[in-house]
Design a protein around this ligand. Structure first.
Ligand code: SF4
Ligand code: SF4
Length: 371
C-alpha cells in the first residue's frame, strides 16, 4: 500500500523518470514500457482511491502468502519456516477469485519468500486477470535478469525489497553488498515500480547504513522508504537523536512522499502512541498459507477464519471492531489503508472470539512482535 500511495504523491517525478530522464540504467524500450505500465497502474490506483472513499464495503489491500518457506533466516523474523510446501496454484486462484468477488483493489504477495513459489508468475496473472493491482514483497535473492523479464510479462506492478545493512552480519544477510547486482538488473530491466525499504531501530548496528541504502535506491531510480524495527517484545522504542536525524533525512529524500501527509511514522520513530482506527479484518486482510484470514502478520490467529467462510457480515463487523493493539502498532501498510477511513465511523465493537482450527489452534495471548 505504501508503494501505491507513494506512487500517487511522488508520481510526477517518477513519470518524468519513466518517460526518458536518464535516472537508473534502463534502455529506451524498457523506459517506454515502464511509462506505459506506470500510466495504467496510476489509473487503477486513482480508481482504487475513489472506490475506497465512496464505499467502506470492500477490502482495499490484501496480503496473501503463497509460501511460508524462506531461503533466508533473518534473526528478527517470525514469518517464515524452512520446510513448508508452496500453496497449489488452483488453491491460490480460488482464493484470489474470492478476494476479487469481495471487490479487493490491491493484492500484495508476501511470504516467506514468494520467489520460491514455482508458479508465482501464474499467481500474478490471476491477480491481473481480476483487474486487481499486483504487488510483491521479496528479499530479492532469487532475482535474475530472466526472472525480472518473466515478472514483467506476468504484469507485476509493484515490488518491494527490504535491505537491512550495507554488509551482511549474523542477524541479516539482506545487505546492499549481496543485493546490489540484483538492484542494478531491476534498474535496467524492470518495468514495474520498485521500492527499497531500509530499516532503523533496535538491533540495527549502523544506522548510517539506512541512509547509504536510501541514496543508492534513489540513484538507481527507485523509491525509498524506511521502516523501524523494535525490540523482541514488539514495543515502541524511541530512536536516539542520531537515528532520528537519519530517519528524517530519508523521509525527506522523496519530498512528495505520502509520509509528509501522515504523522504516523514520525510518531513511531519517537515511540509516541498513535490515534487511529485499524480496519484490519475488513479494509485490510492477511491471508496465510492455510487460507485463514488474520488481522495482520503480527496478529495471526485473529480471527483465524477460513477465507471461504469469511462472510460480508464478518468483514463489516471487523470494520467497527476496536483493535486493542492500535495505539502502539508499527504496521505501516495497515495504517496507510486506515487513512482512507480514519475520518469516519468510530469503532465500538469488541473482537469476535477466535475460531479454533487445526491450522490455528490458539490465539496469541498478547500483541506479538511488530515490524
Ligand atoms: S527474508 Fe523476509 S521472510 Fe525471510 S527470514 Fe528474512 S525477513 Fe523473514
Ligand atoms: S498490530 Fe496493528 S495492524 Fe495488526 S491488528 Fe493490531 S493495530 Fe491492526
Amino acid at each position: 500500500m505504501y508503494n501505491v500511495l507513494l506512487g500517487i504523491f511522488g508520481g510526477i517525478r517518477r513519470l518524468r523518470m519513466a518517460e526518458g530522464q536518464k535516472i537508473g540504467r534502463a534502455g529506451a524500450e524498457v523506459l517506454r514500457e515502464r511509462a506505459r505500465r506506470f500510466r495504467r497502474t496510476r489509473l487503477l490506483e486513482l480508481k482504487m482511491i475513489g472506490k475506497a472513499l465512496a464505499s467502506t464495503q470492500h477490502p482495499i489491500l490484501v496480503h496473501i502468502i503463497p509460501m511460508r518457506r524462506c531461503n533466508l533466516d533473518c534473526g528478527y523474523c517470525n514469518e517464515y519456516d524452512d520446510v513448508s510446501k508452496p500453496v497449489p496454484l488452483q488453491e491460490m486462484a480460488d482464493r484470489l477469485s474470492i478476494l476479487a468477488g469481495m471487490g479487493t483493489s490491491i493484492i500484495t504477495i508476501s511470504g516467506g519468500e514468494p520467489l520460491m513459489h514455482p508458479e508465482l508468475e501464474e499467481i500474478i496473472r490471476h491477480i491481473r486477470k481480476h483487474k486487481m493491482i499486483a504487488g510483491m514483497i521479496t528479499n530479492g535473492f532469487l532475482l535474475s535478469k530472466d526472472r525480472i523479464r518473466t515478472l514483467n510479462e506476468a504484469g507485476l506492478q509493484h515490488l518491494q525489497i527490504s535491505i537491512d545493512n550495507v554488509t551482511p552480519d549474523e542477524v541479516s544477510k539482506k545487505s546492499l553488498k549481496t543485493l546490489d547486482s540484483r538492484l542494478e538488473w531491476l534498474s535496467e530491466f524492470a518495468v514495474f515500480q520498485v521500492n527499497i525499504n531500509s530499516v532503523l531501530g533496535s538491533g540495527v548496528k549502523n544506522p548510517q547504513d539506512a541512509l547509504t541504502i536510501a541514496h543508492r535506491a534513489v540513484e538507481l531510480g527507485f523509491t525509498s522508504t524506511v521502516g523501524i524495527i523494535h525490540d523482541h517484545k514488539g514495543q515502541l522504542k524511541a530512536l536516539d537523536p542520531r537515528q532520528i536525524a537519519i530517519f528524517e533525512e530519508i523521509m525527506n529524500l522523496g519530498k512528495r512522499s505520502f509520509s509528509r501527509f501522515n504523522d504516523f511514522q514520525h510518531n513511531v520513530a519517537r515511540a509516541k502512541e498513535h490515534t487511529w482506527r485499524c480496519r484490519s479484518g475488513s479494509r485490510y486482510l492477511y491471508i496465510c498459507e492455510d487460507g485463514l484470514v488474520h488481522w495482520c502478520s503480527q496478529q495471526r490467529g485473529y480471527p483465524g477464519i477460513p477465507l471461504r467462510e469469511y462472510t460480508d457480515e464478518m468483514r463489516h463487523r471487523e470494520y467497527e471492531t476496536k483493535k486493542f493493539c492500535a495505539p502502539r502498532c508499527t504496521v505501516s501498510c495497515v495504517q496507510q489503508v486506515a487513512m482512507l477511513d480514519n475520518w469516519r465511523d468510530p469503532q465500538n465493537l469488541k473482537p469476535m472470539p477466535k475460531k479454533r482450527t487445526p491450522q490455528a489452534p490458539a490465539a496469541p495471548p498478547e500483541l506479538v512482535q511488530l515490524g
